[in-house]
Design a protein around this ligand. Structure first.
Ligand SMILES: N[C@@H](CCC(=O)N[C@@H](CS)C(=O)NCC(=O)O)C(=O)O
Length: 191
């Protein structure tokens, strides 16, 4: 039995929700109020952050680690490429997610020049997607899932116009055809 300690607005939790959706894995949700987190959450994750995934009483924090765990626990459908070098490229993108998330949060806080920095980050993703259909290569997978929560929130919550980033917009439209991503877009719309 899997339990996800979750918060609807959290993009890191969104990664886990999407992977579980893609794998067709059922799970229980414990919604955490991030503005009033329960003390017991620190017993499951010393940082007190979500997501935390619990399987048979064992707690696992950190969205990137949870995504990899789910990929190994439920190999079908695969969300990592077969070739080790291609897998490494996916992991590198996930490892460097701050290249998008730092300017995203700076923009959300209204910091000076954050708009330009966010545009630069979107431009880098747009350039990657001009060369290949998905962030990880020819197939959809964990790299796309790692990034898409911030793109949905930038567009739908922060009002960021993605129209100038054609490849990125096309990629997002392709992703939103997938039920697991459409479900996440629905969660964002309801926030
Ligand atoms: N590195 C963590 C980051 C998780 C994270 O920052 N979660 C936020 C919600 S989106 C949180 O729990 N924030 C509460 C806090 O920072 O105290 C991951 O990838 O899971």
């Amino acid at each position: 039995m899997i339990t996800l300690y979750d918060a609807a607005r959290c993009p890191y939790c969104a990664r886990v929700r999407i992977v579980l959706g893609e794998k067709g894995v059922g799970f229980d949700v414990v919604e955490i109020d991030l503005s009033d987190r329960p003390a017991w959450l620190y017993e499951k994750n010393a940082t007190g952050r979500v997501p935390v995934l619990e399987e048979d009483g064992r707690s696992l924090p950190e969205s990137a680690v949870i995504m990899e765990f789910l990929e190994e626990r439920y190999p079908e459908p695969p969300l990592l490429p077969a070739d080790p070098a291609d897998r490494a490229a996916v992991r590198l993108l996930v490892f460097r997610d701050q290249e998008l998330t730092d300017p995203y949060y700076a923009f959300r806080r209204g910091e000076d020049e954050a708009g330009e920095q966010l545009d630069a980050a979107l431009g880098r993703l747009d350039a990657i997607l001009g060369e290949r259909p998905f962030l990880g290569g020819t197939e959809y997978g964990l790299a796309d899932i790692a990034y898409v929560p911030w793109l949905l929130r930038a567009r739908d919550m922060l009002g960021v116009d993605l129209d100038g980033f054609q490849s990125l917009s096309d990629w997002l439209a392709r992703l939103e055809e997938r039920p697991a991503i459409a479900a996440e877009a629905g969660i964002v719309a309801a926030l």
